[in-house]
Ligand binder design. Structure first.
Ligand code: EPU
Length: 436
């Protein structure tokens, strides 16, 4: 069987303008929210990424109509949907589990195949399952998937998450909006994509209160209508392309992502020596005087997002000195380090908590800290990409290497980035897709 690969040749400083689309981690959840509307919902500024296609196909398999044209997507839920997400969607992404709550409201029963996504940790689903049970659902986790049923309408409840999980917060939001009575969620995630989803649900007619201290109160309503929104620019993509400019000693101007979604990483990069120009429309970064090392720990919002650490790691390899990265969100997110090491990055990984306060992985065997020595001379290599964000970092390493690289498993990047090949070509990178 042939496989698509990317061939990358180092091409000097990357320069130019990038327009980011709406984020994959927002649009996919909005598509699930649309299941609950009595009429069609429309989303603008949708990215063309694999995860959107997968989610749209799941909705179609449930009997809903999905129309895509020119960056807009319209979902028409129709009458009572199917209650099973087909097994064919097993392991493709993390969206099916979010459909359990909406399916229970619409049909009283639900089956979803086990979720996939990137191999970046154990990624259990216990918070989701516990939350659904608290709403009154019966939930059974089998080897192949999750079966749920509700004899009567789900009811509001009090839930405290053990950790502010993005996905579990979304499960609670998407279930509580149509449950009977009030739900109080404590220790909720507050990522911008969560707030964006809450705003969209409010447009649909939901009653949601966002309180200080990670507390969300939702009063269930009997019906929700379809609504329309424009998805905000992807903060993970925006950061990645800014780093693409910095790491190659170029200058990339990113349009379409609001500054308030990038407050923490802009300051991190500025401390490393990056110079920024910021307007209402774009953000541009360059580092004409070189880069300093840094110690960074990932965190929930508004901390430094775990998804920003993969490009940062390559940037560390080009900063003058020793940098430290402490991953505190996922227990196994450094799986991509061997590929970067083969490309010449000098990285050592540790199970200890380095470069920040002790995290919940401190007395486990989880390898979640890294020390990176720069400036490293990177070399071209033939590497396999393990996940979407790690894939981007391999392209960055290939862009500063001393010879050509072949990157395999590019479907991971294509699952999460809008037209990445074209975007890199626009910036001047010699990159091609081939079948091998
Ligand atoms: N967790 C549990 N039990 C659960 C749910 C989560 O223990 O039932 C733990 C996880 O194992 C992890 C932590 O809670 O250690 C945080 O996980 P979270 O649920 O917040 O992550 P997620 O919802 O699965 C989303 C994004 C990720 C992003 C994280 C953190 C989507 C589709 N994925 O994952 O994005 O890194 O939040 O912000 O929204 C990516 O885009 O490449 C990506 C991996």
């Amino acid at each position: 069987m042939t496989e698509a690969v990317w061939q990358v040749e180092p091409s000097g400083p990357l320069r130019g303008d990038i327009q980011v689309r709406g984020s994959k981690n927002a649009i996919t959840k909005h598509l699930v929210a649309a299941m609950l509307g009595e009429g069609p919902s429309t989303f603008h500024n949708a990215p063309e990424v694999g995860d959107v296609t997968i989610t749209a196909e799941m909705l179609e398999a449930l009997g809903m109509s999905v129309e895509r044209s020119d960056g807009s997507i319209t979902v028409a839920p129709g009458e009572v949907p199917e209650s099973r997400v087909p097994e064919a969607f097993t392991g493709l992404n993390r969206i099916p589990i979010l459909m359990l709550g909406p399916l229970l409201h619409l049909t009283g029963k639900a089956y979803v195949p086990l979720v996939g996504g990137d191999p970046i940790g154990r990624r259990p689903v216990d918070f989701h399952v516990d939350a659904l049970r608290a709403f009154g659902a019966e939930v059974e986790v089998g080897d192949g998937g999750i079966t749920a049923s509700a004899g009567r309408r789900l009811h509001g409840t009090r839930i405290e998450l053990p950790y502010p999980s993005v996905g579990a917060t979304e499960t609670v939001l998407l279930t509580a909006v149509r449950a009977e009575g009030k739900t109080v969620l404590r220790n909720a995630a507050t990522e911008p994509e969560i707030v964006e989803l809450a705003l969209f649900l409010q447009r649909m007619g939901a009653r949601i209160e966002l309180n200080p201290d990670r507390r969300i109160v939702i009063e269930g309503v009997d019906r929700l209508r379809g609504a329309e929104t424009t998805i905000a620019g992807d903060r993970l993509e925006a950061f990645s392309y800014l780093v693409a400019g910095l790491v190659t000693r170029g200058e990339v101007r990113v349009h379409g992502c609001p500054q308030d979604r990038l407050v923490t990483p802009i300051t991190t990069l500025a401390r490393m020596g990056a110079r920024f120009e910021i307007t209402d429309d774009w953000i541009m970064a360059s580092a004409p005087d070189g880069l300093f090392p840094a110690a960074v720990h990932t965190d929930t919002h508004p901390g430094f997002a775990t998804d920003w650490q993969t490009p940062l790691m390559v940037l560390f390899s080009q900063a003058d000195g020793m940098s430290v990265l402490h991953e505190t969100v996922f227990d196994n997110r450094l799986v991509y380090v061997p590929a970067l090491k083969r490309m010449g990055c000098e990285i050592e990984v540790f199970a200890a908590c380095l470069g920040g306060p002790a995290c919940r992985f401190h007395d486990t065997n989880s390898v979640h800290s890294a020390v990176v020595r720069g400036v490293s001379k990177l070399k071209g290599a033939d590497v396999r990409l393990p996940d979407v964000r790690a894939g981007f970092s391999a392209v960055l390493a290939a862009a500063v290497a001393d010879g050509p690289s072949t990157l395999r498993g590019v479907r991971h990047i294509e699952r999460g980035y809008h037209r990445p090949l074209e975007q890199f070509q626009t910036l001047g990178l010699r990159i091609n897709r081939a079948e091998t």
